[in-house]
Each structure stands twice: as C-alpha cells, then as structure tokens.
Design a protein around this ligand. Structure first.
Ligand code: PLP
Length: 477
C-alpha cells in the first residue's frame, strides 16, 4: 500500500471509528451470534491477489460487528470499564508507525525517556509519595506493564528474590529449593484471581485471608497469619493489598497492613487496578492512606483513565530486586549508556515493549488533569444515582458500599431468583451485567463503563432492570 492509498484508507477508518463510537448506544450491547459464526463469513484461505481496502472496510459491518460486545456502550455495565478516547487512539497510531521495541534506552531513547517522565506526571497526579518517583533522584520510578496481573507477578518475583537473598545470608546451608518451599504470600480472599495466579506462576503458596463485613482486609489478620507461619518455620515474604476489589470494590486497610509489613520486613504491593484512577481526585485519596508504606503500587489507566488498553502503571520504590531477578544480559542487548537510564527489559517479563507512554502523554495533555478528574467524578455520580434507585425500591438490596463507579445489588430473596433476573437481563440484550458471589450470596454488579454515559442512560438501565424484575417476581408467585 502506498502513502496516498494509506491516507484515503485511514481517513475512511477515522470516519468509521467516529461514527461507530458516537452512535454506539444504538447497537445491541451483547451480540446474538453463536460460536463458530465467523468462519462461514470468510473464504477458506488468504487471498492470492490483494483485496481492495474498500472491500475490507465493507466487511467490518458484515463480519466483525455482528460478533462485537460493545464495551464502550453506556448500556455495558459488566466487569470494570476499559478505557477509550480519541487522543489515545491517535497516540496508538503514532506508536504503531514508530513501531520501535523499546527494551533498552538505546533501542529508542524517546520510548524510555517519555515513559520515565509520564510515570512521574501520573504519580504526581495521584499524589503518590516522592519515594516512588524517578524525579526524586533515587532508584525509584515507574514503568508501564501490559496488565495489573503482570505487575503483581513482577512485584512477587522481586519480593521472592529479596527473600531468597536474605534467607541465604541467615542460613548459608539452605538450598534454593528449601527456601522456595518455605515462602508464603498473603492477600485478601477478595483479591483478584490474578493474585492467586501470580503465586502459581511464581511457585509460592498464597494465603487468602478473611475480610470484615465491608469486605476489607485488616492489619491484625495479616499479622496473625504471618506470626502463625513464622512459628512453623516458614518464610512470609509478600503481601498484596487491594484498593478496589473486583467483586464489590472494597478497599483493604493499608494504614494497618503497611506497619505489619514493615514490622516483619515483607514486600507490600498495592493492586489498585480499577480504583487507582480515582486517586487523581484528592477527595478519594483517603482510600489509599498508608501508601507510603508500600514497596510497589499499580493501577490501570487503561481501565478508567481514558487511555486505551494496554497501559498498566506500576511504581517501585527500589527496583533493584526486580532488576536482579530478571537480569539476563546478552552481548547483543548491551549498550554504552547502560546504567544512565532504565533499561525497561529488566523491569518486566517480556523483552519487547510498545511505545505506550505516547498515549498517556496525549491523554494527559489533551484532557488536562481537570477534565480527567471531571470524568471520574461524573462516573461516580452516576453510580450514586443508580444506588439511590436501588435504595428507593424495597424489593432490592445493596451489597457492599458504593464508593466508586460500581454498584452491587440483588433482589431480596434467593440466589436462584437473582440468577433468573440476570439471565433475563442479558438475554434481552438491552444492557449487559455480570454477577458475583461472596460467601454464597449471589448478586449483580452494575459498573459505569462508558465515557458516553449520561444520567438518562442510568435511568434506562434501571427501568430495564425494574421491568424484568417485575416479570421474574410475578412468575415466582
Ligand atoms: N486486580 C483487580 C483488582 C482487578 O479488578 C483486575 C481486573 O479487573 C485485575 C487485577 C486484573 O487486571 P489486568 O487485566 O490488567 O491484569
């Protein structure tokens, strides 16, 4: 494809994207296709001669859109949001054009240096303590990981390297195998499944600790678990505190957990994958109090801060253990400036990395902090609007506290009744929700996901839920 044709194709795509997003509300949020729908829409093999781009464009509506779940529709309330904005889309175009693989400083200096500065900008926006930021002049700094799951695993591997080193100093006769079998990590039973998975991948045991009636993990629970394990000769080494759990968006008490980790010298990682974006608003920072006691902190601008996937921001106060854990340095990756700027390949699991800081830069500049804050506040406001509807209808009850853009609720009554309601809602396809279950209690989660959401959309979703609840309750009688 030559540049002239590229321009026409890209303009046509930009127009299509604009129309798609601005009119997304009109599409059925959940597709109706059956598994295997797509294969019959396509030829058996790739074309021998090139197709025309106009034909490819035409096939988007024919082949792709029938099987798309519209995550950016105001009718989409499942999971947590994934972000999207025009500045981020344009930044990704540039990233794809530069198409560098920024594994070391010399592999593309701008890729590394913009990331260092953007993670400082972002850390300051969140009110992270200076000890996390590269501009503090120490070893600290931020890095963009692909996902929160990777950040949890990277922190775990750094913590593990630190724990193994310490154990060897104290017990020179212990082998790696002996030490590894003694390592214990901790998180709340409400932590995301990726936390347990990090334990599986890192080859260590995780303890899932009990939470209180607001689904929060307390410091004394962590302390008791650590003491019990120490008594048994085990090596507690890593704690994950979650700020904004996936099921109900509860917040572990870092002010309590942090001092326990310091007392026993454990690595504290904070997983704020979804809710971390809210800390750009000073009024929500009370929920991350104690963050200065953590070793690493992570959140996903690609969830709630208008930056498209993938962009998971992670800060490390001291990346030395992570760097040492991953440091394999063949001659072909060495360069003369080594040590003067981060070589991010040592801060992550893959070697390759895209120029993801461009989309952070574009989004922060083209929205400005004020508009990003306004976005968060507006969405939390919509959650409270929905919360009020639930509170006003005595057939329903809330589950957990509404602190961010997630409302957990259920019809008073059996799990089966609520399962039936959800099946009706998703079957009708006007809105889309997913459920969760805690201690045997099944409930529905309504997340505010789209940047296009308006108050009337919340009204629409509530009307749909209420109407289907009426049907289900009548049938029950
Ligand atoms: N942690 C929490 C609290 C989450 O809610 C999620 C996903 O929703 C994750 C981790 C995993 O995020 P990612 O897909 O970026 O790995």
């Amino acid at each position: 494809m030559e540049q002239k044709e590229f321009s026409e194709f890209a303009k046509s795509m930009v127009e299509y994207i604009g129309q798609y997003l601005e009119n997304i509300r009109d599409r059925r949020v959940l597709p109706t296709v059956e598994p295997g729908y797509l294969r019959p829409c396509l030829p058996e093999t790739a074309p021998e001669d090139p197709d025309k781009w106009q034909d490819v464009m035409a096939d988007i509506e024919r082949v792709i859109m029938p099987g798309v779940t519209h995550w950016h529709s105001p009718r989409f309330h499942a999971y947590f949001p994934t972000a999207n904005s025009y500045p981020a889309i344009v930044a990704d175009m540039l990233s794809d054009a530069i198409a560098c693989i920024g594994f070391s400083w010399i592999a593309s200096p701008a890729c590394t240096e913009l990331e260092v500065v953007m993670l400082d900008w972002l850390g300051k926006m969140l009110g992270l303590p200076n000890e996390f930021l590269a501009c503090s002049g120490g070893k600290a700094g931020g890095v963009i990981q692909g996902t929160a799951s990777e950040a949890t695993l990277v922190a775990l591997l750094g913590a593990k390297a630190r724990a193994v080193r310490k154990a060897k100093e104290q017990h020179p006769d212990w082998t790696d195998a002996v030490i590894n079998s003694k390592l214990i990590a901790y998180a709340s039973e409400q932590a995301h499944s990726s936390v347990e998975r990090a334990g599986l991948l890192g080859g260590v045991t995780f303890r899932n600790l009990k939470v209180d009636s607001h689904y929060r993990l307390h410091g004394d629970t962590v302390d008791e678990a650590i003491k019990k394990d120490l008594k048994e000769g085990l090596i507690p080494f890593y704690v994950v505190a979650t700020l904004g759990t996936t099921s109900v968006c509860s917040f572990d008490l870092v002010t309590e957990i942090g001092p326990v980790c310091r007392k026993h010298d454990l690595w504290l990682h904070i997983d704020a994958a979804y809710a971390g974006s809210a800390f750009i608003c000073p009024e929500y920072r009370y929920l991350m109090e104690g963050v200065e006691l953590a070793d690493s902190f992570n959140f996903n601008p690609h969830k709630w801060m208008l930056v498209t996937f993938d962009c998971s921001a992670m800060w490390l106060k001291d990346p030395t253990d992570v760097i040492d854990a991953f440091n394999v340095d063949p001659l072909y990756l060495k360069h003369e400036q080594q040590g003067s700027a981060p070589d991010y390949r040592h801060w992550q699991i893959p070697l390759g990395r895209r120029f993801r800081s461009l989309k952070l830069w574009f989004v922060m500049r083209l929205y400005g902090v004020k508009n990003l804050q306004a976005h968060i506040r507006k969405q939390i406001g919509f959650a409270h609007q929905f919360e009020a509807y639930v509170n006003e209808d005595e057939r329903f009850e809330l589950v957990g506290d509404v602190l961010m853009g997630l409302v957990c609720f259920r019809l008073k009554g059996s799990n089966e009744l609520n399962e039936k309601l959800l099946k009706r809602i998703n079957g009708n396809g006007k809105i889309h929700l997913v459920p969760s279950k805690i201690d045997g209690l099944y409930f529905l989660r309504l997340a505010i996901c789209s940047r296009y959401t308006e108050s009337t959309d919340i009204e629409f979703s509530w009307t749909e839920i209420k109407s289907l609840a009426n049907d289900v309750l009548v049938e029950e009688k």
